[in-house]
Design a protein around this ligand. Sequence first.
Ligand code: SR1
Ligand code: MG
Length: 401
Amino acid sequence: MTQYHPLTEQEAIEYAKTIPGLFKDGAALSSREIGDGNLNLVFHISDPSSGASIILKQALPYAKVVGESWPLSLDRARIESEALQIEGGLCPDLVPRVYKYDPDLALTVMEDLSDHIIMRKGLIERRVYPEFAAHIGRFLAQTLFFTSDLGMNQQDKKVRLQQFINPDLCKITEDLIFDHPYTDADTNSFDEAIRDEVETIWSDTELHLEVARLRHGFLTNAQALLHGDLHTGSIFVTEKSTKVIDPEFAYYGPMGFDIGAVIANLLLNYAGQEGWSPDAESRSEYRNYLLETAKDVWSTFELQFRALWNESNVDRISRTEGFQSIYVEQLLRDTIGYAGCKIVRRVIGLAHVADIDKIEDASAKERAQRLALSIGKALIKHHRQAASFDEVIDIATNETR
Ligand code: SR1
Ligand code: MG
């Protein structure tokens, strides 16, 4: 047993050499720590002579973005590797292959996806991903359906729920998404230019009531095994391929939280187009692409989820005429509410997104932040009335005027 310690780049090479079948004996490997996320070390190990490469991801015992004052359980590395394996069983083309998980070092060795780019970066560069909605819609339908009481034996599901008890990572979400942005919390981080709007949000009790409902759903509705952090920084893309990474926040929660995360991040980029589009016409064109993609994500999910319900539902009484529509209508409302919460936190809370933060022009950045907040607030306030995904498009369009 190797005692846990954060690896150096050289130790990562030595570790990689111990895994059979990945590199040729005696290969001169190179190693770079490339982690730019909030929590982990990520080593890219390659053999320049053969082109072979892998990723070695190691959890740190604290939140890297804050420091050692915020301890985090290393068990999240197990959760991530086990979630990747479940997702890989359901959608093998949509997640990286896992070669090894090492519980002692809290590390996972996995497929290198360097031929892809992080979707957030691609969207900031205003690229178009024609297959994305079909891929992520299928990922959501498969993973959410087959880990729920609809798609698996209910007693097995309870055992699986135990496997994914993830208190430290859930606490991050409960605080940073569903609490701190709505009060003057120390963790918040926002530009002084938008203080008036932030203070309006802090005193908006109608908004707080809706957030309280959504937070309660996150705390109590163990509907399916979620990815738990499905933003565009957790998705690698090419024009033809989509790979979902980083399910360390996986736990049993409300399906709409994952679907809403995807929608929110498309809308955050939509707001960010204040700073990325060269002129009004191209801004409108790219925004239409983002809204169509968001709509296609929901439609693909809904179509495939309903098909799975019709073909593979293991729960006799839930097949009663009418229940499927009741269930899907609630999923739509949850999706819209959680999307709104995920937008607001990225402007006011601790962790922001490059789609808005990296805008250099101060007034364009302020416009993007205000637009994101107004879309987020409107989604949260409207979510319980929603009957069609078109209402999301209407909200985004109306708030943009
Ligand atoms: C302290 S971690 C901050 C954020 O980074 C992750 O990607 C999650 O979104 C989390 O809320
Ligand atoms: Mg992550």
